[in-house]
Design a protein around this ligand. Sequence first.
Ligand code: ZN
Ligand code: ZN
Ligand code: ZN
Ligand code: ZN
Length: 218
Amino acid sequence: MKIKTQGKCQQCGEICSPTKATTHLLKCVASSPPPSQSSTGGFLVRVFGSGQPNLYWMYIAIPKDATLGQLDRFLRDIWLECCGHLSEFAIGARRYMSHTESGRPSQSMKNKMGQILSPGMILEYVYDMGSSTELELEVIDQLAACPPKEIALLMRNDPPPFSCTSCKKAPEVICSMCGETTCTDCSEEHSCAVDEGDTYMLMSLVNSPRAGVCGYEG
Ligand SMILES: [Zn+2]
Ligand SMILES: [Zn+2]
Ligand SMILES: [Zn+2]
Ligand SMILES: [Zn+2]
């Protein structure tokens, strides 16, 4: 998909394309008020949907004292969580699972980000090993001052300008079987329905790389 979305800087309100966002944030975050005593160092990180980096993307600030488990929760809250699936980070040859085989939170989620991340690093992330959603995280640079223990959203993509595949109006629905987006009216005649009135495959279209997957509706 070639659609490119824009996003708004949470700090100054400037609208950026995904390609301009890095330069803008490095400048904008650096010019923010001087670190308070409680602030800590951290990282500027770009997160994007694998294979569609300019469609679903966001920039976050991760303090060094945040844990891997906090990052997992942050990604789930904003883009992913449907039914408590397993997730996994892959960093180089290392893998960090969110839960153990028995379903308990895994010890590796207690790792501090300051011990894991360094600028230039790419992390791969998978939510749900069945109907998986795959993300990539790129560590852009160090940040001198972040609020401690709290991951902050700096910018995220606006909803993609999709249109209804039948009438071109703004769509509200995505089909979990074929991935087509439609408006509510046209969804009644959607071709994936085998029996008249079948609607189980139709889900609300949300601004997330997990739109139309499993039970995810935002
Ligand atoms: Zn800004
Ligand atoms: Zn699910
Ligand atoms: Zn329509
Ligand atoms: Zn369909």
